[in-house]
Design a binder for this molecule. Structure first.
Ligand code: FES
Length: 319
């Protein structure tokens, strides 16, 4: 359960984007501005039935003052997407978290290559709009099954994005399909790659970009891979440098749980290493990192405590 502050928003508008994807526009109940954010950010949505899920904001920050998210109804839904599709209606109030961004645009990049698979388009659409607004160099490649399965088609084809868009439709014109291996074979200097989509798509991009420097490839996962182990491992000790104490972590315990037992609460949300809520400063070189949200260089000085453990006997944290 997240310990972060929640705010309440009203569902202003629900629009059918594809047979499986609904867009929800969320606004302040009394018309005030919602907290600001940067492209790539996501929010936690606490929905009917007690479910909580993270959704990327699918529109660049704008004067509209509202948030837009896209929710795909998953066949194997554990309840979250089904709850949003079946139980949430226009006018309903929903508790959400303030936006958090673990997938930001990199200021050091001179060209941005955005690869979006299916519903993974949402953060990348916001990023593309943001880049277009500032006149930056970018390419947005969107992969979808067919025209019918293309969400946010109007925004993608708007004049600000259309010149930067490459569309790959599995069932579309073969000459327009994108060969990932060819696309990523050569990396121009100062190009950064951003990817979001289903697991298989993410893996295909990662394979095709295996030769890119690690700090130039940025990924936003929806879920931890099915073989991910985010809870157990060897027992170890957390040394809290600022407090001058050590806290034991049992083999079947997470660092967050061990800290909770001694009265130190670390905010958590996804508890799968995806969202970055539980990240703290520490000696990342001594950690066995199991998250999906930190880059290689961030991992040197930060650790996601919901899933990561010590490489050896001890992990030093700036707590
Ligand atoms: S709680 Fe989401 S990364 Fe740890």
């Amino acid at each position: 359960m997240s310990l972060e502050r929640t705010l309440t928003v009203r569902v202003e508008r629900i629009s059918q984007q594809t047979p499986e994807i609904l867009a929800f526009e969320l606004a302040h109940p009394w018309g005030r501005a919602l907290p600001s954010y940067e492209a790539g950010a996501h929010i936690d949505v606490h929905m009917p039935g007690g479910f909580s899920r993270q959704y990327s904001l699918a529109r660049a920050p704008s004067d509209a003052g509202s948030y837009v998210i896209g929710v795909k109804r998953e066949v194997a839904s554990r309840g979250g997407s089904a709850s949003m599709h079946e139980r949430v209606r226009e006018g309903d109030l929903l508790p959400i978290s303030a936006p958090r961004n673990t997938f930001p645009l990199r200021t050091e990049a001179r060209h941005h290559l955005l690869l979006a698979g299916g519903i993974g388009m949402t953060p990348l659409l916001a990023m593309a709009q943001s880049l277009a607004a500032r006149g930056a160099a970018f390419t947005l490649c969107v992969f979808a099954r067919s025209e019918e399965h293309l969400a946010f088609a109007d925004a993608l084809r708007a004049p600000d994005l259309a010149p930067h868009l490459r569309l790959h439709l599995d069932q579309g014109d073969a000459s327009q399909r994108i060969d990932l291996t060819a696309l990523l074979a050569e990396r121009e200097a100062d190009t950064h790659l951003y990817v979001c989509g289903p697991g298989g798509f993410m893996q295909a991009v990662r394979n095709a970009a295996a030769h890119w420097p690690e700090d130039t490839v940025h990924a936003e996962y929806f879920a931890a891979p099915t073989d991910a182990n985010t809870t157990t491992g060897q027992a170890f000790t957390l040394r809290l440098a600022q407090r001058g104490i050590s806290v034991p972590v049992a083999a079947d315990q997470t660092a967050v749980d061990a800290l909770h037992e001694v009265g130190i609460d670390i905010p958590v949300s996804c508890q799968q290493g995806l969202c970055g809520t539980c990240v703290v400063e520490g000696d990342g070189t001594g950690a066995e990192h199991r998250d999906y949200c930190l880059t290689g260089s961030e991992r040197r000085t930060r650790v996601a405590l919901c899933c990561s453990r010590a490489k050896g006997q001890e992990l030093v944290l700036q707590l």
